[in-house]
Design a protein around this ligand. Structure first.
Ligand code: U5P
Length: 209
């Protein structure tokens, strides 16, 4: 079974409170999501492999470590996932970015795939799939299906807020995919929204309704 990590660092909790607030406008919402994505990227990269190298300081030559250069891929689920990409790229600038477009059918709440564009070397990359919200879990499960179908073998899922229902379904569907969240909320409402949540992440990021 996959693991669930809750990144409840004080800075993340603080920023998340303002992200949730209905008083927060588009500009500030976008900036806060970007900042939290950077902080989460710092935590999620904790297990990145290192190799030893030699470095000459002004004082002496010493052994020190650098990243082993494992290839990374970030895959936002369109459209809300886009809001987290730049924040992650600040820490992992060499990562390639794939896109998976899914929309949720308002009647069935089922995700429908309409766009997929991934880096060519899918098999060699460690992927982080991102979406601010893990609600029913349908979108995340479908996006990860898409990635696996195209050869991905190493995948993590990262979101800001998750509902327990979504976490459970995602773990069942993809027991090899660890889940990284900033907050685990109470439940889903009848419209598939997370309660208390933050509303519609895409609309709040892009100022649409
Ligand atoms: N979503 C929200 N807010 C919610 C619940 C869902 O914005 O409270 C959107 C997210 O943008 C995400 C998708 O892309 O719905 C996830 O839904 P699901 O497939 O996990 O149900």
């Amino acid at each position: 079974m996959s693991k669930v990590f809750v990144f409840d660092h004080p800075l993340i909790q603080h920023k998340l409170t303002y992200i949730r607030s209905v008083e927060t406008g588009t500009k500030e919402f976008r900036e806060l999501v970007d900042e939290v994505a950077t902080l989460m990227a710092f935590e999620i990269t904790r297990d990145m492999p290192l190799v030893e190298t030699e470095v000459e300081t002004p004082v002496t030559v010493t052994k020190s470590k650098v990243l082993a250069g494992k290839k990374m891929g970030i895959v936002p689920i369109l459209r809300a996932g886009i809001g987290m990409v730049d924040g992650i790229l600040k820490l992992i600038p060499a990562a390639k970015v794939g896109h998976i477009g899914l929309y949720r059918d308002p009647q069935t709440l089922q995700p429908v795939e309409y766009y997929v564009k991934l880096p060519a070397d899918v098999e060699e990359r460690d992927f982080i799939v991102v979406d601010p919200m893990l609600a029913t879990g349908g979108s995340a499960i479908e996006a990860i299906n898409s990635l696996k179908k195209r050869g991905a073998t190493s995948i993590k899922f990262m979101c800001l807020i998750a509902a327990p229902e979504g976490v459970e379904l995602l773990q069942q569907a993809h027991p090899d995919v660890d889940v990284y969240i900033a907050a685990l909320d109470e439940k889903l409402n009848d419209h598939g929204y997370i309660v208390p949540g933050l509303g519609d992440a895409g609309d709040r990021l892009f100022g649409t309704k």
